[in-house]
Structures are given as structure tokens and as C-alpha cells.
Write a protein of this length. Sequence first.
Length: 417
Amino acid sequence: MRILQVDKFLRRQGGAAGYMLDVADLQRRAGHEVEFFAMAHPENQPATYDELFPRFMQLEPPPPGLSARVQTVSTMLWSGRAARALAAVVDRFQPDIVHLHNIYHQLSPSILRPLQKRGIPAVMTAHDYKLVCPSYRLLDQHGICEACVGAGPVLTAPVRRRCKDGSLGASAVLAAESSVHRLLGSWNPVARFLAPSAFMADILVRGGFAPDKVVHLPNFVDAGNISRRVGPGQGFVFVGRLSAEKGVDVAIRAVALLPGEILTVAGGGPERERLEALATTVAPGQVRFVGHVGKDEVAALNRSARAALLPARWHENMPLSILETMAAAVPVVVSDLGGLPEMVDPGRDGLVVPPDDHVALAAAMRELAQGPALSEALGDAARAKVLERYDAAHHLEVLMGQYAAVGARPPAPAVRR
């Protein structure tokens, strides 16, 4: 089958692009022909049609100058340049199916129109909540928010709540973008929406997407290529973006209740300075910030730990990082939000705690810190679950079945005479 994979990034920047590259590798190994479409960028992986890609568009921080910002907003609403570029790639490659990932803002749903005109089916993996929430996180300034889920096409809640960084202007732009796309039915050409978590599938249906177009397809991990932890490990680790919704401050306050225990924090983000100050105040000497580290270093940190923590205060979808940690026979302690509790059977292969509750998190950490045998047992069960439920071959089989279900058919082989 000829498959065109589409994301705004063609490099490992975030979970969506990482998943796209991994699934494309699976498909190529299975004998399918896979090509890519993305924004142009010097750090992109090489691609056959990269000379046709639309130019890179910077959003954070926004470009300087009123004219540039107006042009950026216009592109977010509808990018004729991206649509023309995709049409050119499609005409050259002639795909049987197009698999979309995070195309918001820089590419926009304008790229669906060339596919619709040519009768090429499209599926889309919902890596975040952008389809139902203008700011993509189901959060406003005060916490979890579902005001736009199932709301009418013209959205005013983002402006009232200033859900984008507390900015009236930025929130208004996102509200306008989502309103325009709802009014135009911009996402209608997508034949199937693939939801990595059951929570995501439910939120899409509640957001107005037809139930028969939404399919729950969990992420996968190639556990056979992930080294497992030996022994129970020591200390705790958090790996991820240092932003408020990740709850790193909850983990810092929790480790402060466990004298002698160490929390290693890997990653960067807007909250790092504040988190470092908090650690100095409430848990001096107990928190180690190591910044951005590579994939191998992340794996080594996980394997050295008693457990990995994700005390999120937002609805995580289905983080690949958690699957990779579990595949390494390391238990995870996660918040009871979004898709996280779907990944963990409490007391069997990990622990689940209420969000924003550092005392409950500390109790779970203490149980693991004082019970090395428990940590090993949970880790063994976590790896066994990943091998059974999140197998790469099974994921590919189901995914290819979804392609076929929406009309993707490879050309019949030529008949020899």
C-alpha cells in the first residue's frame, strides 16, 4: 500500500511526530511504501518530496510585526500554500491513504480539500484535544475545562476564560480558528479518527464527532528493543515538559515528605526556574534537575529508578513515555485523569493517585520506597502487560484494517501473460 504520513513536524519533536515516524518504520518493514508531508525545516528528516513542503511558520513566540502576525493568523485559519503543496505531493506520489497527525495551525485542515477532490481517504490520529478544545489541553487558567466540548460552532468560552496563557488576544485567535473550522465542517473529509485512549474516544464523541467515525486504537511500543530494569532501583524520576499541567510541583512536595529519597527531573520548559526554587525551599538536596537528555539517557534514568512519576493535573491522552517506562519493567505512579488510569492496573503493575494531592502521591512513593519486592513485582507485570496489549505487530494489523475499512486499496498486481 502507498501511505502518505502527514504532520507539521518531520523530526522527533513531541509525541505525535515520534509516533508517526515509528509507525511509518513499521509500515515500511512490512513492505508498504511510505512518504511524508510536513513543514520545511532544516532539522527535518530527509524526505522524497521535501522541496515541495510549505515554508516553516513560527508560532511560539509569534513573529514580530503586525503584518507578520496577521499573516500567521490567516494561515492558521486556512493555508492555501499548504493545500497547494500537499496537492503537488499527492499528485506525484499517488497514495492509497493519507494518515494525518498534528496538522493544526501551520498546515491547517485546508490540506483535506485536495484529498477530498481526488477521492483519497484520510484517517487522523488524535494526539491531543485540539479537535474539541481550541487550546488543545482541556484546561483554562483555573484547571480542567470542558466548556467547548459539545458547544455550538461559535465559541466564546476561550475568550471569557482567557484559556491561552491568560491572554485575551491569543485566546480570541484560537476561538476564532476553532469556530471557523466548526462552521465550515473542515474536519468532515476525515473518514476515521483514531483515539489512543478510550477517554479521547469518548471526548471526541461528546464533542460532536460521529461515533462510527471514532475508533479506539492504543499506542504501541516495541518492547523487545527496550532493555529491562535489573533489581528494584533507587529513587524516583520524572521525565517530560516542565509545565504546570504536568504536576512536577506535586512530585516535589511529595518527595519532601520522604526524607532521604531523591527525585530526578529530566526535561525543560517554562516552569523550570519556579520548580527549582520550590525544590530549594521545600525539599533541599532531594531534587536533581538534569535538563533535556537524549533517549538513551532517559531510558537509563528510568531503569535506575524505583518508579517513574506522572502526577499530571490535566487529561493526558496515552503518553508513549509511560509505555516505554513500563516496557523497561519500571512501575509508574500516575494521576487518575484522562487516559492514564487506562494504562495502569493499581496494585498490579503500577499505582494511581488523585490529581493535585501530594500527600497521596507521597504515600504511594513511600510504599514503593519501603518495598523493593513490590517495585520489582509491579515492574515485571508492567512489562508483561506491554508485551501483551501494546504489541507493535498487533497495532499495525489493526491500523491497516482501519485503512482498508475507509476504502484504501492498493493497486492489484499486474497479471502476467
